[in-house]
Design a binder for this molecule. Structure first.
Ligand code: ZN
Ligand code: FE
Ligand code: FE
Ligand code: ZN
Length: 264
């Protein structure tokens, strides 16, 4: 079907398994047109254990993905990216923000005021907070991420719903300015099937936000957030059905930090 999967990990992060070549082989089996690796960029000590590679492993990561790209040349295009936490940390060398070896940077928000809200260990905190305030803080961070302008893709746009904590009102007043900034910059939003494997049981982002993406001319790309080879292209037929229903006929691919829109 010619889809891209731009969100897959490697064992370097400490919570994914399978060699990169196995992910690419799975992409071929699934009939994808491209696969892109976006492993977790290094977080500071104290936050990164079991979550991201070490700062001194970034070059090894790039060499590893370049190796698999060369191995599969002519059979499956392999793109090189990072999933970068926003706010940025000094443990991810700023030179990677403009490194010509990198095809795309995915900006993701996994923390609101230092709380890893998407980590099972932090679940209790939801009981101590007002859910709408959590959503507001999350979208406030995404607004700054969008304004930072250093990313090509925003990962799992409404990750804050991961464990099924639903806002009691809609947050479109906070989401619209984020999408306007992304549309202006030509930054894509990831349609992520990872949410289907989580308690929320729903694609990121939700259908009402996918409708806003189309209405506001925000480009989209596809990601499975695979942490194992068999998760590559996970439930992509459902992602395609969701975005086509909203009106989308194009998906974005990235090469050397340039976006190209191709048929969906
Ligand atoms: Zn991960
Ligand atoms: Fe993530
Ligand atoms: Fe990821
Ligand atoms: Zn991710």
């Amino acid at each position: 079907m010619g889809l891209v999967d731009y969100h897959v990990h490697t064992p370097l992060c400490g919570h994914a398994h399978g060699e990169p070549a196995a992910y690419v082989a799975r992409a071929i089996d699934a009939g994808l047109s491209e696969i892109g690796f976006s492993d977790h960029a290094p977080l500071p000590a104290g936050l990164r254990e079991g979550i991201t590679m070490l700062p001194e492993e970034t070059e090894r990561y790039l060499a590893m993905i370049e190796g698999v790209r060369d191995e599969f040349r002519g059979r499956m295009p392999v793109r090189i990216g990072f999933e970068v936490d926003y706010p940025l940390h000094d443990t991810f060398d700023r030179r990677y923000l403009t490194d010509p070896r990198i095809d795309y940077l995915m900006g993701s928000c996994h923390f609101v005021d230092g709380w890893a809200f998407d980590h099972p260990d932090g679940l209790d905190e939801y009981n101590r907070r007002d859910v709408d305030e959590v959503y507001a803080a999350y979208y406030g961070t995404l607004a700054r991420l969008a304004d930072a302008g250093c990313f090509d893709i925003v990962g799992h746009f409404d990750l804050v719903k991961k464990f099924g904590h639903r806002a009691t009102r809609d947050h479109h007043d906070r989401i619209r300015p984020v999408l306007a900034a992304l549309a202006r910059a030509g930054t894509a939003v990831e349609i992520s099937t990872a949410g289907l494997r989580k308690p929320v049981g729903e694609i990121y982002p939700a259908p009402d936000i996918v409708a806003l993406l189309f209405e506001m001319n925000v480009p989209i790309t596809l990601g499975s957030d695979a942490h194992a080879p068999e998760e590559v292209a996970y439930e992509f037929a459902r992602a395609v059905a969701l975005v086509r229903r909203a009106g989308f006929r194009r998906q974005s691919r990235f090469e050397k930090r340039t976006r190209h829109d191709i048929e969906l």
